[in-house]
Design a protein around this ligand. Structure first.
Ligand SMILES: Nc1ncnc2c1ncn2[C@@H]1O[C@H](COP(=O)(O)OP(=O)(O)OP(=O)(O)O)[C@@H](O)[C@H]1O
Ligand SMILES: [Mg+2]
Length: 294
């Protein structure tokens, strides 16, 4: 939805930030026309083995916005989301084709370190997955393993405050993360993602395991986080997409007549959320958002 308050722009990271393998390599200068595009996705396809899961996606994710990915089960939303921080690299059969630029830099270039990518572009999963550690250690873990030279106590507090969890846990930081409710655990996972200072947060159905009150808290939190981060969220909940996102991408499955009638995902329509829900340009989008299909 359009907001009245314009979020503060997030400063772009230096273009060479992802390049750690070849010191001194010259980073490409981002095209000024793409200055606001955090991700510039062109003809992106992801296959598992020889089966495409999603094909020919072209879209731009803009800085400081919340982008929602919606569509029926199996259309490739999680697959597309995982391509934004190279999580598909961890699935041996997954293969990514096309280009995905992050601030103008090819995210899949050989000299880009996926570990650095995942620090800049954090992820929160469907099921809260805190480590079997204390609340404090969950948040401090990332900064420690990344060798960040920071005041850890201060960083833990700031991250928990930003994740709207500090007031609930400040007196029990040494308690196990598992002693928290599901909604609190999800906010802890958000604090953990924030602690390593990312500039994008990817969320794959972050509220689907939560009750309506915990969901509302996470949605409020997303609005607050939007002031500092670019967010991409997968959701099955269309009201949630309509409530929290600035832009919405509708993806659906199509039969590939050129591939033995296998089905794979396609981006049907990508526009301002208001447009997608009030005045979609494609009948398939309209059928989906009005509940006639999917
Ligand atoms: N690790 C994997 N190995 C092989 N095929 C996979 C793998 N992960 C997903 N797929 C296939 O890719 C397609 C897209 O799956 P994906 O999980 O991206 O869909 P989704 O839109 O996130 O679905 P849901 O809404 O159910 O979470 C599906 O056909 C799925 O079976
Ligand atoms: Mg999924």
């Amino acid at each position: 939805m359009e907001r009245t308050a314009v979020p503060a722009p997030v400063p772009a990271p230096p273009a060479e930030v992802l390049r750690v393998r070849h010191e001194g390599s010259v980073a490409p200068v981002p095209d000024p026309a793409e200055a606001l595009a955090v991700f510039d996705v062109r003809d992106l396809s992801v296959c598992y083995g020889d089966r495409p899961a999603i094909r020919d996606v072209t879209m731009q994710i803009r800085q400081g916005e919340i982008t929602a990915l919606i569509g029926p089960s199996g259309c490739g939303k999680s697959t597309l989301l995982r391509s934004f921080n190279r999580m598909n690299d961890l699935i041996p059969s997954a293969r990514v084709e096309g280009t995905l630029r992050y601030y103008g830099q090819d995210l899949y270039a050989r000299d880009v370190d996926p570990v650095v990518v995942r620090r800049r572009i954090g992820m929160v999963f469907q099921k809260p997955n805190p480590f079997p550690k204390s609340i404090y250690d969950n948040v401090a873990f990332g900064p420690k393993v990344n060798g960040m030279d920071v005041d850890l106590d201060g960083l833990v507090e700031t991250s928990l405050r930003r994740a709207a969890l500090w007031d609930e846990v400040r007196t029990k930081l040494t308690a196990s993360a598992y002693s928290l409710s599901g909604g609190q655990q999800q906010r802890l996972c958000i604090a953990r993602a924030i602690a390593v200072n990312p500039d994008v947060i990817l969320m794959d159905e972050p509220c689907s395991a939560l009750d309506p009150i915990a969901t509302a808290r996470i949605e409020d939190l997303m609005r607050e986080l939007q002031e500092s981060y670019t967010i991409v969220i997968v959701t099955h909940n269309m009201q949630q997409a309509a409530r929290v996102s600035d832009r919405t991408a509708f993806i659906t499955t199509e039969v590939d007549s050129d591939a033995g009638d296998h089905r794979s995902g396609r981006l049907v329509e990508f526009d301002r959320t208001e447009q997608i829900f009030r005045n979609p340009q494609h009948s398939r989008t309209e059928d989906y958002v009005t509940g006639r299909f999917g």
